[in-house]
Design a protein around this ligand. Structure first.
Ligand code: AMP
Ligand code: MG
Length: 422
């Protein structure tokens, strides 16, 4: 049990809220990248390498033509011009995957296509544009130096070089290079398994119709998407009622690495999750100096990280991004930094914030200016839908005046300009 955390705060309110930075570093101190596991190349994209990849061979593995043309001995083209072409005897052809088996002798040339092996004896390729072929002869109209248009073995990648470093999140071209190297499987960090424990007696399953006083669960689909974005594997068995035993079972009975509890995390009568975490493991954070999302908690139960995320969907989203996302990304070997593109633009109107608190402010970007969204209650999920992004006001700031340049985290880094929409 963390000594800073007041265990049963039900109906009393938080006596103190932990600073966001302190909570984050405490959380990150409790997680590290998961063990390596092999994946086939076809599944390697966007996974994170757990070890360096060293080239097991040269790429290309043989001398090959970099142009379509004629392979020959460079020295024999010296003095050639369009006025006095030099003629060669065309002795064959080398195609990609179908090499010319002989060797090129004095006065001989072989027709060759890009990517085809350069035959023995030849040391250059004259581009087709500088040659004229008739029957079994080819007239060369430009001299070429030795090595011209020939890719040497290892020109692309030399055997023994570290091509990709541990920690690399594999890009499409990275997977291509691995394939070129003849690698069929790579060691990547295992993805964290993330169990979603969505609590609330008032909730209907996502995808159903709202009925009576029941509302449809939004957090499971928000969290599912966020977890997948961050490289985790989400799993949600069903909505859990606001019942201590049911929530306790959902937290304890699973093989997840991370548990995200949504709802029931605050100081109300029905808020069981903090007590469960405290009694079954360690409750390390409960209540953070952040708006929205102050009823956020974090603990460890049987080696699993448990995040207590407020039920209000905006709070849930913000708390996930500030606290759970970095942990899940780190476990998968990814960066803990917020996975949003940013831009710096002037504020259209002031933003106010209390000292000591981190504010997550939804904003619109209009005509190059940042407009805070007026309706910004934590229960107003549409505020995060109409927003283009958010601004974080740090605890040591009381806000920003109009005109001040602020950093905006963009929900969509590539919003379509109007012209592209037509
Ligand atoms: P709680 O954190 O459980 O006190 O919930 C705070 C508010 O968020 C209440 O109005 C809940 O009805 C609402 N809420 C809780 N869970 C969800 C959910 N999964 N989806 C949408 N709203 C929720
Ligand atoms: Mg609830």
């Amino acid at each position: 049990m963390g000594n800073d955390v007041d265990v049963d705060v039900r109906m009393r309110g938080f006596s103190r809220r932990m600073e966001v930075a302190a909570a984050r570093s405490l959380i990150l101190s409790r997680c590290s990248p998961l063990e390596p596991c092999p994946v086939p190349l076809a599944e390697a994209w966007d996974r994170v390498l757990a070890v360096d990849v060293v080239a097991p061979r040269d790429v290309p593995p043989f001398r090959r033509a970099a142009m379509d043309g004629y392979a020959l001995r460079a020295e024999e083209t010296f003095g050639a011009s369009s006025y006095s072409p030099i003629e060669f005897h065309l002795v064959g052809e080398s195609l990609p995957g179908a090499a010319f088996e002989g060797s090129v002798g004095t006065g001989e040339a072989v027709r060759i296509m890009t990517g085809a092996p350069v035959p023995d004896g030849a040391n250059a390729v004259v581009m087709a544009e500088y040659a004229r072929e008739t029957d079994d002869r080819v007239a060369v109209m430009e001299p070429v130096p030795p090595g011209k248009n020939v890719s040497e073995p290892g020109e692309d990648i030399r055997k023994g070089t570290v091509v990709l470093k541990a920690g690399r999140r594999l890009r499409p071209q990275d997977v291509g290079v691995l394939s070129s190297l003849g690698i069929s499987e790579v060691l990547v960090h295992r993805r964290p398994r993330v169990r979603l424990v969505i609590t609330g007696n008032e909730l209907l399953p996502a995808g159903s119709e709202p009925m009576g006083h029941k509302i449809v669960d939004a957090n499971s689909v928000i969290l599912d998407a966020l977890v997948r974005r961050d490289g985790g594997v989400p799993d949600m068995p069903g909505i859990v009622p606001d019942n201590r035993d049911a929530i306790e079972q959902a937290i304890v009975q699973n093989d997840a690495d991370v548990i995200l509890v949504s709802g029931g995390t605050s100081v109300g009568r029905e808020d069981h999750a903090p007590l469960i975490v405290a009694s079954r493991g360690e409750l390390l954070v409960h209540g953070v100096a952040m708006r929205p999302s102050s009823p956020t908690g974090f603990g460890v139960v049987e080696g699993k990280l448990v995040f207590l995320l407020p039920g209000n969907p905006v709070s849930c989203l913000a708390a996930y991004d500030i606290f759970a996302g970095p942990a899940i990304r780190r476990m998968g070997g990814r960066s803990t930094r917020l996975p949003y593109a940013t831009c710096k633009l002037p504020l259209a109107r002031k933003i106010t914030s209390a000292l000591g608190r981190l504010d997550y402010v939804r904003v619109k970007v209009e005509e190059g200016k940042v407009e805070p969204i007026a309706t910004s209650g934590a229960s107003i999920l549409s505020s995060a839908v109409f927003a283009d992004g958010f601004v974080l006001v740090p605890p040591d700031s009381e806000g920003f005046p109009p005109g001040e340049d602020v950093l905006v985290y963009l929900y969509d880094p590539t919003p379509l300009p109007a012209a592209d929409n037509e």
